[in-house]
Write a protein that binds this ligand. Structure first.
Ligand code: ADP
Ligand code: ZN
Ligand code: ZN
Length: 736
């Protein structure tokens, strides 16, 4: 084969195309250029880092206008053929520019051109440094002293190990390097692989767990999609651990995806406790350097287990053996902001399919789409119905808020139940999905309500902070004591967790209570502190938002009160009931995990609502059946396919104008396709911009995607597109 004449390069730009470049100067770069390698290329007056996608014999660009690749950054591809193919698939499916899709798969440092290298940054103390250390220097810089001492004792410590041993050591390292006391070098990573050791054998599996483990083990080596359906505490994590163990035994690696908030130290701890093998942990709170190091650990194959949130679905995992998605229903797997909007859960299935490995989707409340796939025989459901050490599921009951007034948002039956459970030495969890003190500040004289100037929303009262805050744009102002319009006194109306905390403190004086919401949890460790106080029994009541529903174990909680179930029942979003049911089941899962049976009270003004009734009498599966029937009748997903074009603009008119023109391009929609809208968003104004949306519904995937393929290029050309910010969301999970 003659050498390629041009290379097609993907650049991180909002353009759906590749860019052609001539080969680099052979005197400097004798090595072959392959797809998946990063290259530095000239682009206008800039120099950009791109990824070679393919090569070709010729270009449509005239020869004299083609420029050469300036530099080849990688000795071997950073994205292998499988990765490139998956990313290419994603770019096509989500109709998004390939360059931006690739960018979301690579840590920032790599996008800027640093080495992907299989080398490790190692630090040592110099001879001078050792002498200084013996003299007890440096005396006045404790961090430097700590670092120097550590390096004298541990020669050739990796940067990664230093992060753990001497947190925030970089500044100290700089000072010590300047004095010539320590030194660093990039050492190639030893290719000797550490054998995987199972540190502690797990407990003996229960029947159902064994069945689940065997089913998936039987599929190792080829694709299969499994839904591990079990409430929290039913032993799902134990099943994951056993599966990972087998995969590691086979010399392969595991990719474990967890929701944003599910990546708790406890979960990471359980993997570390079980396996003595390097792990790469990838999540959104990492610094750029930490992310690069974790990515490298995955890329070089040193990490046998890669554990991470959403974007870790793109992490390089050589010799992948299994993908596990924990809490697969969780909305944080969907990227629904910014440019490239994708579902990590769905991509995990696609990746597993292409890699020919099994994928396990675990949840107490699988998404309706997932259950529909089970119903259609595409996924295999593996039920875990029993909780370890306890057979009884919690008893659920509704409390009619219309006939049970109570006190400050807590009904009389709920107050009585709380008393009863506290008396019996139980703990109580009170759930309300609204933080702050009250959602409204009202003037009782003139009717003024504190509005957000930037949003179609009210400001939330934060009493202890003395602030009025917008939960949509972050606007923050002092809490007024008088109405700015008439000067009369104002009062907070409605309940948030802060007010519930106050009410319960009055109702149950002397009973220690903790609150868990985003206002309480501000720093690392805050959450752990709340957990510790619940676990030790020091606190008896926990009041919290959605945060309490995820992954924590409260074995002594015997009563759960859901203060308001109604937000989910009458929303414009057809997915709202599903989210409500998931929340209720997840919160209920916190009750009675010890030896005592649990009780769940759900407060509502609509105790006859069919979805609530099916949830109560037949559990989540009963609810899912009812809800899927409703979806089928309305032909919502999974009985159709959706895409949303969303935009925002400085005026409501411009936001609608662009979408209206986009719709006009269609004329009469092709068969099997419906266009809904454009309509302003339910909360049209947010952070000073007006939002609108146009929905496209296709009877099946291919009709929807054919349509998008032909329509989007024209939409991109519209003049009005320049006056708005717009994005396409394929398989949107939140509608407004
Ligand atoms: P989930 O992931 O579904 O919440 P876990 O795997 O965390 O469930 O299990 C809940 C608790 O029960 C954990 O403390 C776990 O160690 C324990 N457990 C799980 N399976 C067994 C078993 N077969 N025998 C004894 N204890 C178990
Ligand atoms: Zn007033
Ligand atoms: Zn606002």
């Amino acid at each position: 084969m003659p050498p390629a004449r041009v290379f097609r390069v993907a650049l991180d730009m909002p353009l759906k195309r590749l860019f052609d470049y001539l080969p680099p100067d052979p005197t400097f770069f004798a090595q072959p250029v392959e797809p998946g390698m990063r290259v530095r290329v000239p682009f206008g007056r800039q120099r950009l880092v791109g990824v070679v996608m393919s090569s070709a014999d010729s270009s449509d660009v005239p020869q004299e206008r083609l420029k050469s690749i300036l530099e080849v950054l990688d000795p071997s591809p950073v994205l292998d053929a499988a990765a490139l193919e998956l990313l290419g698939w994603a770019a096509e499916y989500y109709h998004h520019p390939i360059g931006e899709v690739l960018a979301s798969a690579l840590p920032k440092a790599l996008r800027l051109g640093v080495k992907a290298a299989a080398s490790e940054e190692r630090w040592t103390a110099t001879l001078m440094g050792r002498e200084a250390c013996t003299r007890g220097e440096p005396r006045r810089a404790p961090k430097q002293r700590e670092l120097l001492t550590h390096l004298v004792q541990h020669e050739g410590t990796t940067a990664e190990a230093l992060n753990e041993a001497v947190p925030n050591w970089r500044d100290a390292a700089r000072s010590l390097t300047d004095r010539g006391w320590i030194d660093s070098a990039d050492i190639p990573i030893a290719s000797i692989e550490k054998p995987v050791v199972v540190r502690t054998p797990g407990p003996e599996l229960r029947e159902e767990q064994r069945t689940a483990v065997e089913a998936v083990r039987g599929a190792l080596g080829h694709f299969g999609a499994f839904v591990l359906h079990g409430v929290t505490g039913s032993g799902k994590t134990e099943v994951y651990l056993r599966l990972v163990e087998r995969v590691l035994e086979q010399g392969r690696r595991a990719l474990v995806l967890v929701p944003e908030i599910g990546l708790t130290p406890q979960l990471v701890g359980r993997f570390r406790d079980r396996f003595d093998t390097p792990m790469a942990v990838l999540h959104s709170a990492l610094t750029d350097t930490e992310r690069l190091m974790a990515w490298r650990a995955a890329f070089t194959g040193r990490a046998r287990i890669v554990l991470g949130t959403r974007s870790a679905v793109f992490a390089p995992v050589p010799n992948l053996g299994i993908i596990i998605v924990d809490e697969e229903h969780d909305s944080s797997f969907k990227q629904h902001e910014g440019g490239f909007r994708y579902s990590a859960r769905d991509l995990a299935v696609v990746r597993a399919q292409r890699a020919d490995v099994p994928v396990v989707l675990g949840s107490a409340t699988p998404a309706l789409e997932t259950l529909h796939n089970v119903g259609g025989g595409r996924y295999v459901r593996l039920p875990l119905q029993h909780r370890a050490g306890q057979a009884e599921p919690p008893r659920m009951a509704l409390v009619d808020l219309r006939t049970n007034a109570g006190h400050a948002g807590v009904s009389t039956p709920a107050i009585q139940a709380i008393e009863r459970h506290l008396r019996d030495d139980g703990q109580v969890l009170v759930f309300l999905n609204r933080r702050g003190y009250a959602p409204t500040l009202l003037c009782t004289s003139c009717g003024w309500i504190a509005p957000c100037e930037e949003c179609d929303a009210r400001l939330t009262v934060h009493m202890s902070a003395g602030r009025l805050r917008c939960h949509h744009c972050g606007a923050d102002s002092a809490l007024p004591s008088r109405c700015p319009q008439c000067g009369f006194a104002v009062k907070p109306v409605g309940q948030g967790t802060e007010r519930i905390e106050e009410g319960l403190t009055t109702l149950f004086p002397g009973v220690p209570l903790v609150r868990l919401d985003r206002d309480v949890v501000r720093r690392r460790g805050d959450m752990e502190e709340v957990m510790r106080r619940m676990a030790s029994g020091e606190a008896r009541i926990l009041v919290g938002t959605q945060m309490v529903t995820k992954g924590h174990d409260f074995p002594n909680v015997t009563l759960v009160v859901v203060l308001n179930a109604d937000q989910g029942l009458f929303s414009t979003d057809f997915r709202a009931p599903e989210r409500l049911a998931q929340t209720v089941v997840q919160v209920a899962g916190r009750a009675g995990r010890g030896t005592k049976p649990g009780e769940v009270l759900i407060q509502t003004e609509f105790p006859d609502h069919p979805l609530l009734l099916s949830l109560l009498t037949e559990g989540y599966e009963g609810f899912a059946r009812t809800a899927l029937t409703e979806r089928a009748q309305a032909s919502w997903p999974p009985f159709s396919r959706l895409a949303a074009v969303r935009d925002s603009a400085k005026t409501a008119e411009s936001a609608l104008e662009f979408l209206t023109e986009a719709r006009k391009l269609v004329g009469v929609p092709p068969r099997g396709l419906r266009l809904l809208g454009p309509v302003p968003a339910a909360m049209s104004k947010r952070a000073g911009r007006y939002h609108a949306q146009l929905l496209i519904e296709g009877t099946d995937r291919s009709s929807l995607h054919h349509f998008l393929d032909s329509w989007l290029p024209a939409v991109e050309q519209l003049q009005s597109a320049r006056r708005v910010r717009w994005a396409l969301d394929v398989d949107p999970i939140e509608l407004f």
